[in-house]
Design a binder for this molecule. Structure first.
Ligand code: 5GP
Ligand code: MN
Ligand code: MN
Length: 474
């Protein structure tokens, strides 16, 4: 069994052995390295064996086993060296991500209204398994939404034009091809847009417990005691179907491309191949679906707050996606070139001065928004100076699961979790009682040490620590 070799306090190498073409690296503290599941190491070695991979394959502090690729993984591929794109490297919930809205309210203003806010959000924002969304799309609107993402939603009256500069990609992922999204995928989405989904997806009212970096906090508009609202959801049934459809096509095509899959879940195709291009077009459309969905929910949240706190404004801090593959210029490990960077359960973390960043954050780095759990802290960080060299400009996306859903449901009785959350001042509203146990704070790894490790490595700078006040779950 492969073993991690310590390099420094936060860097652990998985040396190149067997079929691996490059080494892998785990970034995290000693406790996290010790707790890292053997399955993660096996999956990292498999990813490092794929054609055209550019080393190292990266596992972030929140890494845990996933489908094919671990979650909390960054893997870059060079198309000029036969590099591949892998549907499993993006994951089933394409462009799952988080956006955070600012408010001009303070925690003292709203703490007494905690339950009323939770009830109003729970009533207004659709959530839960198979729950329909806020609107139903015609075929024409479906294609427009898949091409234009959050910009389409703003055009339909969901939100403000100013929101778009506060989204990665300006709210529209270029290069989307709705023609590569199957009719089944579109049907699954027809009335799901603007719904939260279930499981780990959440809509959370939080407050800023501490500001740890003044410069980025000022640039982002964060201040101590401020109330913010975070929305975590993805591309719902459409993204899942895109992943399923294209994974099957890639698996069928692999022998024709002389690709030997170390694990069928790593189905992939050369970037330049027909299957690779088809998936890219469909995946980008699913990114737009997720961006549009978070934009519609933003509008619903604003309506709720306007009803409860007349005149209250909720500008968008930023929207980050943490399940993507993007073509980006990277110079680490050789000459600058365009690489296809898979981030699965990983957040892009462009640092100060990156030309693709919007004005508001160019001097401090992009906002990196990470969830902890419904009972612990969550964080806003700023892309750090070392991320480009260490992690293809990426940082962690959360705490990461410490155990599977089944084990969590057994270990944490839902009613006890609800009582505990109430005791620490969090109003939870959930469609599924079983889901509450599965999502118990104890089912997740330690968010504070994940954020601290990201900072110690220079992947990101901690801007603010948030605490939950009310959480809506599917
Ligand atoms: P994922 O995208 O992998 O499903 O989840 C991202 C991260 O969100 C998890 O690793 C976990 O740390 C965090 N998370 C899960 N549920 C909640 C929640 O209810 N509230 C907050 N703030 N974070 C959560
Ligand atoms: Mn998701
Ligand atoms: Mn997610």
């Amino acid at each position: 069994m492969a073993r991690l070799i310590p390099k420094d306090a936060f860097t652990w190498e998985l040396p190149q052995t067997g079929t691996m073409r490059v080494p892998a690296v785990f970034y995290g503290d000693k406790a996290a390295a010790k707790a890292l599941e053997a399955d993660v190491l096996r999956q990292l070695a498999n990813v490092a064996s794929l054609p055209g991979v550019v080393g190292p394959v990266v596992a972030l502090p929140d890494a845990h086993p996933g489908f094919g690729f671990p979650i909390g993984c960054v893997a870059a591929f060079d198309p000029e060296a036969g590099g591949v794109i892998s549907a499993g490297g993006v994951g089933f919930d394409i462009a799952c991500g988080v956006r955070t809205l600012l408010t001009d309210l303070s925690v003292e203003d709203i703490a007494p209204a905690r339950d009323r806010i939770a009830d109003a959000l729970f009533a207004r924002v659709p959530c839960g398994v198979g729950q329909g969304g806020a609107l139903r799309l015609s075929d024409k609107d479906m294609d427009r939404m898949l091409r234009h993402g959050a910009a389409w939603a703003v055009g339909q009256g969901y939100g403000e034009a100013a929101d778009l500069a506060h989204c990665e990609e300006g709210g529209t992922m270029a290069g989307a091809d709705p023609g590569q999204v199957s009719a089944t995928a579109k049907e699954r989405q027809r009335d799901e847009l603007g719904s939260l989904g279930s499981g780990n997806h959440y809509l959370e009212v939080q407050w800023v417990e501490d500001i740890l970096d003044r410069a980025s906090a000022d640039a982002y508009g964060l201040r101590p005691g401020q109330v913010v609202v975070s929305i975590h959801c993805g591309s719902r049934g459409l993204g899942h179907q895109v992943a399923t459809d294209h994974m099957a096509a890639m698996r069928r095509a692999a022998p024709g491309h002389d690709i030997v899959l170390p694990d069928p879940d790593l189905a992939c195709a050369p970037v330049a191949s027909a299957e690779g291009q088809a998936y890219l077009g469909a995946m980008r459309a699913a990114v737009n679906c997720a961006l549009a969905g978070r934009q519609v929910i933003t509008h619903l949240v604003r309506e709720v707050f306007a009803g409860l706190f007349p005149g209250c404004r909720l500008p968008l801090l930023f929207d980050v996606s943490h399940n993507t593959c993007k073509a980006e210029r990277h110079g680490a490990g050789g000459r600058p070139r365009t690489l296809y960077v898979h981030r699965k359960g990983a957040t892009r973390a462009y640092g100060t001065g990156h030309p693709d960043l919007p004005d508001f954050c160019r001097d401090v780095g992009q906002p990196v928004i990470i969830g902890g759990s419904m009972g612990t802290a969550s964080y806003v960080l700023a892309g750090g100076t070392e991320a480009a060299a260490l992690s293809f400009a990426s940082a962690c996306h959360g705490a990461g699961r410490a155990m599977g859903r089944k084990q969590a449901a057994k270990s944490f009785p839902s009613r006890e979790v609800l009582a505990e959350l109430d005791h620490i001042g969090v109003a939870l509203r959930a469609k599924s009682l079983r889901g509450v146990g599965e999502e118990a704070p104890g089912a997740y790894k330690d968010i504070d040490s994940a954020a601290a490790a990201a900072q110690a490595l220079g992947l990101a700078v901690i801007t603010a620590r948030l605490r939950p006040l009310a959480c809506i779950k599917g």
